[in-house]
Design a protein around this ligand. Structure first.
Ligand SMILES: NC(=O)c1ccc[n+]([C@@H]2O[C@H](COP(=O)([O-])OP(=O)(O)OC[C@H]3O[C@@H](n4cnc5c(N)ncnc54)[C@H](OP(=O)(O)O)[C@@H]3O)[C@@H](O)[C@H]2O)c1
Length: 295
């Protein structure tokens, strides 16, 4: 077992987007990076940048335990943990099957908690560590049709706040990054989840109107179009590429004292400000200009 302080980095969800960009950036900057994904073949190209590859599914505790064990064996500890894996389960709350609700929390919240628990003993023992949770501006405001996703990101806000206090004295800093619009595979999977939730719900004969029609149909159609549209519209210029988040993560873990929160991209700063200034009624009225109210 190594005696030096380990700064080995473990990142979840590296097959695309923010995780992939972070793994690549940190490895190129000289960090020892363990890039992970549930399908190893999806991260093969990262080996070319110097990343070590691990199979890790954040809903599979055994795979998380095995990944942490490899790093502890080789370096003494996970020095930096980046809890990035996540997706958005969209759809009206009434229509999302409970199995999908549970999967959303298992992936975005419980996975991050479990990995944190697995990584902390060795981090504490070496009295140095960094935990970065990839939250979202969506942990500070809620869009209709995204309630479940937002609930997971609000959870990460609470968990990061508590954890920051609890582990500070052991030399472990916690940073919550809160990106706005970032162009990744995120929108595609969010749209697919709306369609799946709707068809599962209708198939199960739930959430139907008396005449058997779907009371959320117009809402869901618009929601899916809006989710895709926002990443293609001029508004996307207020967002950024995944490397914007990767760069922020690199900054956070390189500092002597990591920042507790990083609200990233103008889109996040503007939308969070807007939400803060608008009372609920006005916020809802603004949402009605974007989405038909189901009735
Ligand atoms: N893009 C945005 O606008 C945005 C904004 C704010 C926050 N975020 C957050 O950023 C994080 C990364 O998302 P992204 O934008 O980079 O989207 P992305 O390109 O879709 O990447 C999501 C990653 O999570 C992985 N993942 C999903 N379920 C997993 C599981 N059970 N175990 C391990 N990995 C799993 C995916 O792997 P597979 O290929 O195996 O599915 C993929 O590598 C998420 O937490 C997201 O909520 C994104």
């Amino acid at each position: 077992m190594a005696t030096e302080t380990s700064k080995a980095v473990l990142i979840t969800g590296c097959s695309s987007g923010i995780g992939e960009a972070t793994a690549r950036r940190l490895a190129r900057a000289g960090w020892t990076v363990y890039a992970s994904a549930r399908r190893l073949e999806s991260i093969e190209s990262l080996a070319g940048d110097g990343c070590k590859l691990l199979r890790l599914d954040v809903t599979d505790e055994q795979s998380m335990r095995a990944a942490v064990e490899v790093i502890v064996r080789d370096h003494g500890a996970v020095g930096v943990l980046v809890n990035n894996a996540g997706y958005s389960q969209g759809g009206a709350i009434e229509q999302v099957p409970m199995e999908a609700v549970r999967r959303q929390f298992e992936t975005n919240v419980f996975g991050a908690i479990a990995l944190t628990q697995l990584a902390l003993p060795a981090m504490r023992a070496q009295r140095w560590g960094r935990i970065v949770n990839v939250g979202s501006m969506g942990g500070r405001l809620t869009f209709p049709g995204g309630g479940l996703y937002h609930a997971t990101k609000y959870s990460l806000e609470a968990i990061s706040d508590a954890l920051r206090f609890e582990v500070k004295g052991f030399g472990v800093d916690v940073t919550l990054v809160e990106p706005g619009l970032i162009t990744t595979e995120f929108a595609k999977s969010a749209v697919a989840s709306v369609v799946e939730a709707q068809s599962a719900s209708m198939g199960a004969n739930r959430a139907e109107s008396a005449d058997g029609s779907n009371p959320y149909e117009r809402f869901n159609v618009k929601l899916a179009a809006m989710t895709t549209g926002v990443y293609e519209s001029p508004i996307r210029h207020l967002g950024g590429a995944p490397d914007v988040v990767a760069k922020a993560i690199e900054r956070a873990i390189s500092r002597r004292r990591s920042p507790s929160r990083m609200l990233l991209t103008p889109s996040a700063r503007l939308t969070v400000l807007q939400r803060k200034l608008l009372p609920d009624r006005l916020w809802d009225a603004m949402m009605r200009t974007q989405l038909p109210q189901p009735r």
